[in-house]
Design a protein around this ligand. Structure first.
Ligand code: C2E
Ligand code: MN
Length: 406
């Protein structure tokens, strides 16, 4: 099927006009053979290219383009299907926007089009052209240095228990993973992630449970999390725990249970953050918001986890505003390369800024993801890049340090 890809990128300083022209000539031959046509715009700093052709060929050429080291910060803006080519002339013309009068430049670009209907109505691809030519989105082009301009150095401050924590509970255990602010070099909170007693992951632990039994076990497990956090000498560090929203609905006394367990383990409500994981529909929103009210009244902070990925999302946010929102790896993965992920995350940040809700990013694995998110205004991160969850222990954090030699 006729596929369209649009991307933008940043030219490397070392590329001269001559190299640029050679690059376009080489691309022309290659694209011609693959029946890929399109147009390449250049404004002196950024490229903007539209590629059209058979899906497999467009995808292969785009993959090749992403690896080209004459440009960087390649961001895919659109991937779509169309009935006919918009720019069907053989080859790939380089169109230097600087050579044209500002008022006429968009029309001149569109005049290059070969589409049957000039200026296809409401065509997203052509809207992207306009935005690029008119520089409307420029403040959102974050220039991210390459990932290897940072090194990650462990602070070796891991906390292993003095004696085994296995006797705290025969039914469950926890792994701990820090949420950090890399620039202020602070651990913002520690998250307790449920495990089987043998250390198998959360989904395996939940597998054995059904219906109401699951909510009961979810709640009870939290006293194990508190006991382990105490044994690992968490002190007054913030501790995040996860709860299914329906646990708060199905067990009316849940908040009191939590409060007694917090106290019994020498912790205080103000250091606890309850993260609600959106893995199911909250069917009784009224009861849920009542439970949240009780938590807040007791001094416990509340977060929405996996924001946007599950069932609730915007409606839940309209109903009650948590202290923080956690954006999950599903949205964060390769955000530095994806225009759609960038737009969604920027919208979440904007919304949360208006509501004074803190935003954190979970599942950060690549330095580029972290740098993009940091440029977008997020300052709290959790992910393998900084620390993997450690079973029945608190892991050391790998803090980013700028390399001097780059
Ligand atoms: P979550 O609360 O978003 O926790 C983060 C999950 O992402 C953890 O998986 C963690 O191991 C994983 N993770 C952290 N950094 C990275 C990364 O850089 N890359 C990747 N690929 N993964 C990363 P885990 O421990 O398997 O937990 C999965 C989910 O299970 C949690 O997601 C949470 O929603 C739920 N969960 C965990 N503990 C509990 C609990 O006690 N009660 C309830 N109701 N749910 C829990
Ligand atoms: Mn969580």
């Amino acid at each position: 099927m006729l596929t369209t890809i649009i991307y933008r990128s940043h030219i490397c300083e070392s590329v001269s006009d001559q190299v640029l022209q050679e690059m376009v000539n080489a691309a022309n031959t290659k694209n011609g053979d693959a029946e890929v046509t399109g147009i390449l715009l250049f404004n002196g700093t950024h490229f903007f290219q539209l590629l059209e052709g058979p899906e497999e060929n467009v995808t292969a050429i785009y993959r090749h383009i992403c690896r080209d080291n004459r440009h960087y910060n390649v961001v895919e803006l659109l991937r779509d299907y169309a009935p006919s080519r918009r720019f069907g002339k053989a080859g790939m013309e380089l169109f230097d926007l600087r050579d044209y009068d500002r008022d006429a430049v968009l029309q001149t670009v569109l005049d290059k089009g070969t589409s049957k209907y000039q200026l296809i109505y409401d065509d997203r691809a052509l809207q992207f052209f306009q935005t690029f030519v008119e520089d409307w989105e420029k403040e959102n082009y974050f220039e991210i240095p390459s990932g290897d301009s940072w090194e990650f150095i462990s602070d070796e401050k891991a906390v292993k228990p003095e004696h085994s924590l296995a006797d705290i509970s025969p039914t469950c255990s926890f792994a701990f993973q820090p949420i950090i602010d890399p620039f202020s070099r602070q651990v913002v909170a520690m998250e307790a992630l449920i495990r089987t007693p043998e250390g198998a992951p959360a989904n395996i632990w939940f597998e054995g449970l059904s219906g109401d039994e699951m909510y009961e076990a979810d709640l009870k497990s939290k006293s194990v999390a508190f006991a382990m956090a105490s044994a690992l000498q968490l002190g007054r560090q913030s501790l995040s725990i996860n709860l299914l929203p329906m646990t708060l609905v199905k067990i009316p006394d849940a908040v009191n249970f939590l409060l007694s367990a917090i106290k019994a383990n020498g912790l205080v409500p103000e250091q606890i953050i309850v993260e609600f994981t959106e893995s199911e529909v909250i069917s009784q929103l009224e009861e849920f918001t009542h439970g949240v009210k009780l938590l807040k009244g007791a001094g416990i902070r509340v977060a929405i986890d996996h924001f946007g990925a599950g069932f609730a999302g915007l409606l839940l946010l309209a109903q009650f505003q948590p202290d923080r929102i956690k954006i999950n790896r599903d949205l964060i993965k390769d955000v530095h390369k994806s225009g759609s992920r960038q737009a969604i995350i920027q919208a979440i940040i904007k919304c949360c800024t208006s509501l004074e809700i803190a935003v954190s990013a979970v599942g950060v694995e690549k330095a580029e993801e972290w740098m993009w998110l940091e440029s977008a205004g997020i300052s709290q991160f959790q992910g393998y890049l900084f620390a993997r969850p450690d079973f029945a222990a608190i892991p050391a954090v790998s803090w980013p340090e700028k390399r001097d030699d780059i």
